[in-house]
Design a protein around this ligand. Structure first.
Ligand code: GLU
Length: 446
């Protein structure tokens, strides 16, 4: 790390104890910024980096609710409004037992730069709760969402803060959250949440956008190397929203996804995942991939507790969660001849894993660039809400593809400019940071 940045990082460690994921996310960005601070003395003078590392506002609240047996339950809710230099706070809500302040801060920090890379007017935020939706009934999820919004609504607004989904929060939960917001405020304020159902203010392609976007980014990385996705054997970890639509787009482009996973195990399906069956199990029945393997028959094997990265592939898309791909996994991928990794999840590769992939010189698209398609399409949803308009699937998908190509080209060109050709980590960090930093200088000491 540049010696000017080391004391800033030490201060982040000192002021944010016990938040390893947040430290990891900050460190990864600061490692790229040496040449930027050398070129722009005004950033140091205005303490831009110190300010970017400190959230503008952090909200932590109690979420009481009643389960189906009549018992009182208490969870903790979070919203970290990290940076609004470029637009209203924007970023998802995650409901998962692993959620704590450090996780929300890492996600919010990543979101600042990701959103900046889209070049759309959105600031960075993240929120959620340690509520575990697994095994909860529809009514329990609804009561939880209503209680969560009863506190959070006062901090939101289409010009203030616009949440969306993330792990554990999909269209159903956004519906319950939106319904409660509407009831409390007496405003049909469509632009206050994104990821809405298409019948009530949502946008076509938002559901598909993160997965599709990660594949569009992959396509651009391969194109830059004179290659493409057709006939490539692919691994997609996870089996949630991002994974499902990454699989769909890979299949549309002629690649073959031979495995996916959940927290319990891995499905290996050498003939290619049957996406209709997987969607039925995951989206309709809210089941586990073990059920998929059982119904797919002898073509597919289920590996309880297995590691998806041990399966040989040409291309890997980590679409599950943070730190799911380790240094050892990265070495296995490289050893098996993998040529590209495009991250649909947020920070899925550990720092050791990133080093292995970069050292091997394979095409590596970090999440803050490769998975920006979801939030970019949220911004398109906000545009449609603001103009009370509705765009076609084709037009919206074309716009998403254009945005992903632009993010790729921006990261590629920035990496070249700063002497790290082909390094999308450097390109994404510097390009995203510069946009926010220039806006923060222009807005004065805010
Ligand atoms: N949770 C998604 C992300 O990680 C989407 C956020 C949004 O659409 O606001 O970028």
């Amino acid at each position: 790390m540049d010696e000017k940045l080391e004391p800033i990082f030490d201060e982040v460690l000192r002021r944010n104890p016990g938040e390893p994921e947040f430290h990891q996310a900050v460190r990864e960005v600061l490692l790229s910024l040496g040449p930027v601070v050398a070129k722009h003395p005004e950033f140091a003078e205005r303490k831009i980096i110190e300010r970017i590392c400190e959230p503008e506002r952090q909200i932590i609240f109690r979420v009481p609710w009643i389960d189906d047996t009549g018992q009182v339950r208490i969870n903790r809710g979070f919203r970290v409004e990290f940076n609004s230099a470029l637009g209203p706070y924007k970023g998802g809500l995650r409901f998962h037992p692993s959620v704590n302040l450090g996780i929300v801060k890492f996600l919010g920090f990543e979101q600042i730069f990701k959103n900046a890379l889209t070049e759309l007017p959105i600031g960075g935020a993240k929120g959620g709760s340690d509520f575990d939706p697994k095994g909860r009934s529809r009514d329990e999820v609804m009561r939880f969402c209503q209680s969560f919004m009863t506190e959070l609504y006062r901090h939101l607004g289409e010009y203030t803060d616009v949440p969306a989904g993330d792990i554990g929060v999909g269209t159903r939960e956004i519906g319950y959250l939106f319904g409660q917001y509407k009831r409390i405020t007496n405003r049909y304020e469509s632009g206050v949440l994104t990821g809405k159902g298409i019948e009530w203010g949502g946008a076509l392609v938002r559901t598909e956008a993160t997965g599709y976007g990660a594949v569009f980014f992959l396509r651009e990385m391969l194109k830059a190397r004179g290659d493409d996705i057709a006939d490539r054997t692919c691994l997609v970890s996870g089996s949630g929203n991002v994974a499902l639509y990454a699989i769909e787009k890979i299949h549309q482009l002629g690649g073959r996804v031979v495995a996916c996973s959940d927290s319990a195990g891995v499905v290996h399906d050498p003939k290619g995942i049957d996406l209709e069956l997987l969607k039925q199990v995951k989206e309709v029945e809210r089941g586990r991939i073990a059920d998929y393997a059982g119904r797919r028959g002898h073509d597919a094997t289920y590996l309880a507790g297995g590691n998806i990265w041990d399966i040989p592939c040409d291309v890997a898309l980590p679409c599950a969660t943070q730190n799911e791909l380790t240094g050892r996994d990265a070495a296995t991928l490289v050893g098996n001849g993998c040529i590209a990794v495009s991250e649909g999840a947020n920070m899925p590769t550990t720092p050791e894993g990133v080093d292995v992939l970069l050292d091997a010189g394979i095409a590596y698209g970090p999440g803050k660039a490769a998975n920006a398609g979801g939030v970019a399409t949220s911004a398109l949803e906000m545009q449609q809400n603001a103009s009370r308009d509705r765009w076609s699937f084709e037009a919206t998908e074309a716009r998403l593809a254009e945005i992903m190509t632009h993010i790729h080209d921006l990261c590629f060109a920035t990496a070249e400019e700063y002497g790290a050709p082909g390094n999308y980590v450097t390109g994404a960090n510097i390009a995203g940071f510069q946009r926010v930093a220039h806006a923060m200088v222009a807005l004065g000491l805010v």
